[in-house]
Design a protein around this ligand. Structure first.
Ligand SMILES: *[C@@H]1O[C@H](CO)[C@@H](O)[C@H](O)[C@H]1NC(C)=O
Ligand SMILES: *[C@@H]1O[C@H](CO)[C@@H](O)[C@H](O)[C@H]1NC(C)=O
Length: 277
């Protein structure tokens, strides 16, 4: 059952989010940059132009005569030029045009300007925890900034100031944070853990190591097989020499049932041709 109270709370929430959401109509600009508030009206030479910031008049030109502010506050179309923006220049800029006879030409669109500092380049710091087993990376971010973590340039799900990992699992991984606000973003330099130190340090990275390691593994396997089968064969040759007459007699029946056929490379074990089976 949806109670009246629930509806009331819901409406109240809507009301508050609507009223506190007045920031939403902001046009954002970075500190230090320039911004022009357009005058959406074709000015006659005889017209009077006023620009307000919130309730304060900042520019007034009556015909050709500038009464408040300076001539270069506006461009040839009457649009307001704001340069070297600072945060206290945030606010609503409202134009007002009257004809020579003093009549208002009507409502003209205003602009709410929000000046924000661009984000600073963030820095990642690494901390070893729990007897070097875990590693934590943290990123210094401003309170209104959003963060994104990158591990080896791939985005992570975490959105907090810190990420934690088992050090061994990320032994050679690079962590960086991407900090952004509505007007800019910056990425930190990548940082690696130094909590876990492998016994045999890896000089190659994952892309190289997998093929290298599996290649080395296969090679090792081949060598081992060769050694085993050569030893085996040498032992057999000695044995066969003792049983030579028998062997010659039953050359074709010699292969006992169930014997595993020996790989081809056993032929290259350095045995004499006539010692082969
Ligand atoms: C170490 O990391 C593991 C895996 O992320 C986590 O479960 C554990 O709680 C961490 N230990 C500490 C002391 O933070
Ligand atoms: C950093 O974050 C910004 C804002 O979300 C995004 O536009 C940008 O592509 C990100 N950069 C990287 C390298 O992920």
């Amino acid at each position: 059952m949806v109670s009246a109270a629930t509806i009331a709370v819901f409406l109240l929430c809507c009301y508050f989010s609507a009223s506190s959401g007045s920031q939403d109509d902001c046009v954002y600009a970075a500190t230090g940059s320039s911004f022009t508030v357009p005058l959406k009206h074709e000015l006659k030479e005889s017209a009077n132009l006023r620009w307000f910031k919130d309730r304060t008049i900042i520019f007034y030109r009556r015909g050709k005569y500038v009464i408040t502010g300076k001539n270069d506050y506006v461009d040839s179309t009457g649009s307001l030029k704001l340069t070297r923006l600072t945060k206290d220049m945030s606010g609503r800029y409202i134009p007002e045009v009257t004809n020579a006879d003093g009549l208002n030409v009507g409502h003209l669109p205003s602009v709410r300007l929000c000046v924000l500092d661009p984000v600073k380049k963030p820095k990642v710091t690494m901390t070893c925890i729990e007897a070097q087993k875990n590693v934590s990376f943290s990123c210094n971010i401003g309170q209104d900034d959003t963060i994104e973590w990158l591990m080896n340039a791939k985005r992570l799900a975490e959105k907090g100031k810190t990420v934690m990992r088992v050090a061994k699992d990320v032994a050679n991984s690079h962590f960086s944070c991407n900090v952004s606000n509505i007007i800019s973003s910056e990425i930190s330099l990548p940082v690696q853990q130094n909590c876990y130190k492998p016994v045999f340090p890896d000089v190659c990275d994952t892309d190289v190591c997998i093929p290298v390691r599996s290649g080395a593994g296969i090679l090792l396997l081949v060598i081992l097989t060769a050694i085993v089968c050569c030893t085996h064969k040498k032992a057999k040759v000695i044995k066969d020499k003792n049983e030579l007459p028998l062997k010659q007699q039953h050359h074709h029946q010699k292969q006992p049932v169930g014997r595993v056929p020996e790989p081809d490379f056993c032929a290259d074990c350095g045995l004499e041709g006539d010692n082969r089976i």
